[in-house]
Design a protein around this ligand. Structure first.
Ligand code: CA
Length: 223
């Protein structure tokens, strides 16, 4: 497994590099956003660890540019920021998960492994539910043959719903599966994202598919 670490704090970068190398990962390090972007565009990484506050080009910008070029390598953001707003904007620009500094190496490793597992699982056959169709390889989604444009997080959320239709999914389950994360303040973000997703999937259609189960969570079902 080949990892790119984009981190300008040399101590943090070498701490991560050393730890991952002990776990048999191959690790490249970039110390600014431009170098990170260049390396990510030119090498087949399995995962990218991206600091957000970087010289030359910030982490969110790098992620946006990569996604715009259809480079779908999973990205784990490393951030000193932990406000809901920053996390949402990070996830919206195409990062897959985030970790707030300071963190223990064991936590970083667990997140890296979870993202790698998820990205392996992503490669599979198309999934159908009602008139929804989802392609896990290209991350494209259609409803009634109309293509629907989703952000990376909205897509991940819909894929989780579509892999578990007609089942009530609690916020804790969603946090754990879509964000690999389990803490209370995250439930707020889940509601925000379910609403984004509803606007795109349900708003223009008579038949609603995402239903709220009051006090519990959500369910994807017909009627
Ligand atoms: Ca930094």
């Amino acid at each position: 497994m080949r990892v790119l670490v984009v981190e300008d704090e040399k101590k943090v970068a070498s701490f991560i590099k050393r730890g991952l190398e002990e776990e048999e990962f191959t690790v490249d390090v970039a110390f600014d956003g431009e170098e990170g972007l260049y390396l990510a565009e030119n090498n087949p990484y399995d995962i990218i660890l991206m600091d957000l506050m970087l010289p030359k080009k910030d982490g969110l910008e790098v992620i946006k540019e990569l996604r715009a070029k259809d480079i779908v390598t999973p990205v784990l953001c490393l951030t000193a920021k932990d406000s809901v707003e920053d996390i949402v904007s990070g996830l919206d620009s195409g990062s897959d998960d985030y970790l707030t500094k300071p963190f223990a190496f064991s936590e970083l490793l667990a997140r890296v492994k979870a993202l790698l597992r998820r990205s392996a699982k992503d490669r599979g056959a198309e999934i159908y539910f009602a008139d929804l169709r989802l392609d896990p390889v290209t991350h494209k989604v259609w409803r009634s043959d109309q293509e629907i444009d989703l952000t990376a997080k909205e897509y991940a959320l819909l894929e989780y719903f579509m892999r578990n239709p007609n089942q009530v999914l609690t916020r804790a389950m969603i946090a754990e599966h879509v964000w690999d994360y389990t803490f209370d303040s995250f439930t707020n973000i889940i509601d925000v994202y379910v609403n984004y997703l509803r606007k795109k999937i349900d708003r223009d259609f008579d038949k609603k598919l995402i239903h709220t189960v009051r006090g519990v969570g959500y369910v994807l079902k017909e009627g």
